[in-house]
Design a protein around this ligand. Structure first.
Ligand SMILES: [Zn+2]
Length: 236
């Protein structure tokens, strides 16, 4: 209660501004104003279907899906850059809550099943340099939105990097695909409810190979799981 009052006072004295349009944020807003959030370029249905097709390559006979919320362009590039390199963990919570939780809720709709959310891991050195894993920030933001809908949802660290792989930035499509082979393994067995829906979250996708490799690792450890893949932004 005291800290809430204190943060209200701090916000009144030092108002926060929107990362994109620089407007003063209301006490209920964080990092981005409602206008900038609602005007972010959402993936259209044709691009969405193309991304969805990627999930059909997964070795599972359970339902699965692969979705991105936004196009990685203009303002979204700024959001992603700030999340990754700008020491802006709260932005991840906002973006995850606003863009990813609705995608989880549409998948869960009508089912009373537990939901597990996990994130693409970064290697320890990057995590140390950034202070956090940007995909986990998105996942924890998504968790907040899903919880509000009264769904039984938990964050569980299911994946780890196998080694310090080269950054994908300078790779073409073929080499990106190849570079992610064996990039992840499942962490030591965690308690995952048998009938849980597992959502794996990444910040940006290009070929989708990282998320697919991560899903393969999860399916190897939890062969009966229902795995769904979510990214904040789709590179063109
Ligand atoms: Zn704004």
């Amino acid at each position: 209660m005291f800290s809430k009052g204190l943060s209200f006072l701090t916000r009144a004295l030092f108002p926060q501004r929107c990362l994109q349009c620089n407007a003063v944020l209301s006490i209920l807003e964080q990092s981005l104003c409602q206008f900038c959030l609602s005007s972010a370029p959402q993936l259209d249905s044709i691009a969405g279907q193309r991304t969805m097709l990627l999930s059909s390559t997964l070795p599972t006979d359970r339902p699965t899906s692969f979705r991105s919320a936004l196009y990685f362009t203009g303002s979204v590039q700024i959001f992603c850059y700030s999340l990754k390199y700008g020491n802006n963990y709260p932005l991840g919570l906002v973006l995850g809550n606003h863009f990813l939780s609705p995608l989880i809720l549409t998948t869960v709709a009508g089912q009373r099943r537990p939901v597990v959310v996990t994130a693409i891991p970064v290697n320890l050195w990057r995590r140390f340099k950034r202070g956090y894993n940007q995909s986990e920030a998105l996942a924890r933001g998504a968790l907040r939105g899903v919880r509000k809908a009264d769904v039984d949802v938990h964050f569980v660290e299911l994946l780890q990097k196998t080694s310090r792989r080269k950054s994908q930035i300078n790779f073409d499509v073929f080499h990106r695909w190849h570079n992610t082979k064996g990039a992840f393994r499942a962490t030591k067995k965690k308690r995952v409810p048998k009938d849980a829906l597992i959502f794996i979250i990444d910040d940006t996708v290009t070929t989708g190979s990282s998320l697919l490799r991560a899903a393969e690792a999860v399916l190897q450890a939890y062969p009966n799981a229902e795995v769904h893949l979510l990214a904040l932004a789709q590179e063109l």
